[in-house]
Design a protein around this ligand. Structure first.
Ligand code: FAD
Length: 606
């Protein structure tokens, strides 16, 4: 045993080690070790006197004073020391793990949940029904091809035939707009039929041109060190001045209202500025512009594609690549509770199966939110409230057949192959925003619906495919965390009922008639509020991006050259959505944190 006096002496000598020293010494199984000058480990109990004199001599610079029991329950032994510890096994943490393992580093990934993947998981959601649903995220646009090729991921992304179908009922009059991918003539005609003139189509094309100008400079730079606002603006050149002002400097509402006059089309375009966040067209924080930017620049085109096999296919591939290196260990149901940060290494304390453990790592990459990292390190954390609260609502459904659509221009199989926007008119969404901010569930609930199986039916069993089953995913807006905080179950059910009514406005038959049932006879609907998202996958206040989205540039010269995951601690990096340029299924913060870690470890990139 180590004497209390000895521990006190360590506290006095190495203040930075307090986090570890103050942690209750574990009753069972805990070995207390230290790393000597040559990096070897020894039982401190037997080496106390030499350690003591080393400390007194002031020569000891290494930090971690204890490491964990190896983990035997899961049938393999984890090491006591790794080059890299990844805290959280979301897709970004896995991307970082792959890069670093391919570069020869040893990595431990610690995930709090039973499954890896965070918000990128596929699972059999309904009892006894062989359908592997993308439980949370479902479409990809921002995942760079560079990461796919660097990591040799066998990942297939498929384009959707339809971009969107937007129905609306205004003053009792039914209106609709179908936009197809790669059909400019058909799209022009559809706009003309809706509005009676060419103006809004021209405005829509003009906006797309601006988006592409911005994408041409913002997209390639996302996997490079950060540049300043001024530098990025200069890259846009003179021709890009209007696009820069409209999309970066001024509230998005200005350009939308100047180019487009129809409420349905304005709303349809503006939804990209509101996915998962509470904002409005003239929001001075420009959160709507930041959200819009990440929704329209992916791959330089802003196209959203379907991951074949569902979102879980990405996670499976990342795990396959990580495992193939032989350098990555995974622990699930391992919650990181504390991160002790020293000058040269970190001590990661975690709980698994109710028992405390710890390991050392040269660098810790945090895939969890910034809030969670602050909890681990004990650092202060004070974000803007508006920047942190999520407002998304998710419904997963399985249908025995697609419902008959109320439409004069398309069938359900065409409409649901793209994004179906319900109650997403421009003025309507302003009303729903204000209602939700005043603490009410909006009268009309905006949302978007999409059917994965119309583009990729590999997520259903042969039997379900043969019988004509389909999945439906609904992503709801303007349902902030605070609405559900005190009565989640009841309000979640209320919202589900409202959304079903919202969908039914645009169907010839109620959607309820088409819902499949699980083995217990229960209709196949899974619903999650922002509170559920926090409870299930630890998204802070249900924020699907871990917090407010950031600009893809920095404001000052001092920050230029950073990768975006840097924290106050040189050997602790954010590698997930909370990093600059994080948010969405992009792998970008994972890639960028890996690049920074390689710089710190001074090794070449893969
Ligand atoms: C309902 C929904 C729909 C979405 N739809 C899309 C979409 O279609 N397309 C898109 O691009 N994006 C979408 N998003 C956003 C996107 O999924 C996320 O922004 C992204 O997946 C986040 O990835 P990440 O790896 O950074 O973090 P996460 O996926 O949040 O992973 C972080 C991991 O850290 C773990 N963790 C947290 N704390 C600890 C701890 N103390 N110890 C150990 N582990 C911990 C968590 O359990 C989690 O597994 C959606 C999100 C949601 C919720």
């Amino acid at each position: 045993m180590i004497s209390a006096g000895f521990l006190q002496m360590i506290r006095d000598r190495i203040p930075e080690s307090q986090a570890v020293i103050n942690a209750p010494l574990r009753k069972a199984f805990m070995l207390v070790l230290f790393i000597d000058f040559d990096g070897s480990m020894a039982d401190i109990g037997s080496r106390e006197s030499s350690f003591h004199s080393t400390l007194l001599s002031g020569k000891m610079s290494l930090y971690c004073l204890h490491t964990a029991v190896t983990e035997q329950e899961k049938g393999f032994m984890i090491k006591t020391k790794y080059d890299i510890a990844v805290l959280g096994g979301g897709h970004n943490g896995l991307v970082a793990a792959c890069y670093l393992a391919l570069a020869g580093k040893s990595v431990l990934v610690l995930e709090r949940n039973a499954a890896m993947g965070g918000a990128t998981q596929s699972r059999q959601v309904f009892d006894g029904v062989d359908a592997k649903i993308s439980v949370y995220s479902y479409l990809m646009s921002l995942f760079p091809r560079k990461i796919i090729s660097d990591l040799h991921l066998d990942l297939s992304l498929r384009s959707r035939q339809t971009a969107s179908w937007t129905p609306s009922i205004q003053d009792g009059k039914f209106r609709e707009l179908l936009i197809l991918n790669d059909d400019p003539i058909g799209n022009r005609r559809a706009f003309l039929e809706l509005t009676g003139n060419q103006n809004d189509y021209r405005g829509y094309l003009k906006l797309q041109e601006m988006q592409q100008q911005l994408a041409s400079v913002a997209w390639p730079g996302l996997t490079e060190p950060l540049v300043t606002r001024k530098e990025m603006q200069e890259q846009m050149g003179k021709d890009g001045t209007r696009a820069w002002e409209a999309l970066i400097e001024e509230p998005l509402g200005n350009v939308l209202e100047s180019l487009i006059s129809d409420d349905l089309i304005r709303g349809l375009v503006f939804t990209d500025g509101r996915i998962g966040v509470s904002t409005y067209p003239h929001d001075p924080s420009l959160l709507q512009n930041r959200s819009f930017l990440y929704h329209v620049i992916g791959q330089g085109t802003g196209e959203w594609q379907v991951p074949v096999g569902g979102m879980g296919a990405l996670v499976n591939e990342l795990i396959r690549v990580a495992k193939s290196t032989g350098r990555v260990d995974f622990l699930t149901q391992a919650e990181v509770v504390r991160l002790g940060v020293g000058r040269t290494q970190c001590c990661v304390e975690f709980e698994m199966d109710g028992k405390p453990h710890a390991i050392d790592a040269l660098i810790a990459l945090c895939n969890a939110s910034a809030q969670e990292l602050a909890r681990m390190t004990g650092d202060p954390w004070q974000p803007e409230e508006s920047d942190i609260e999520g407002a998304a609502f998710k419904m997963n459904m399985l249908l025995e057949r697609l419902p008959k659509l109320r439409s004069n221009c398309c069938e359900a199989s065409e409409a649901f192959a793209g994004t179906v926007h319900i109650d997403e008119g421009y003025e309507g969404m302003l009303a729903s925003y204000h209602e939700s901010q005043s603490g009410k569930i909006p009268t009309k609930l905006p949302g978007e619906i999409y059917c994965h199986t119309l583009t990729d039916n590999s997520i259903l069993s042969e039997d379900l495919n043969r019988r004509g089953f389909h999945t439906l995913t609904l992503f709801g807006l303007d349902l902030p965390y605070r609405l559900f905080e005190n009565d989640n179950e009841r309000l979640r059910n209320e919202v589900v009922e409202k959304y079903l009514m919202g969908i039914n406005q645009y169907l010839e038959e109620p959607i309820e008639k088409c819902l499949a049932r699980d083995v217990n006879g229960i209709p196949c609907i899974e619903a999650m509020s922002a509170v559920d998202l926090e409870n299930k996958i630890h998204l802070p206040k249900g924020n699907i991006f871990h917090g407010g989205l950031t600009w893809p540039f920095v404001e000052t010269r001092d920050e230029a050259g950073l990768w975006g995951g840097e924290t106050n601690h040189p050997n602790v990096l954010l590698c997930g959505s909370a990093a600059r340029r994080g948010g969405a299924v992009s792998g970008i913060p994972g890639h960028n944190a890996a690049m920074k870690a390689m710089e710190l470890l001074q090794i070449q990139t893969v």
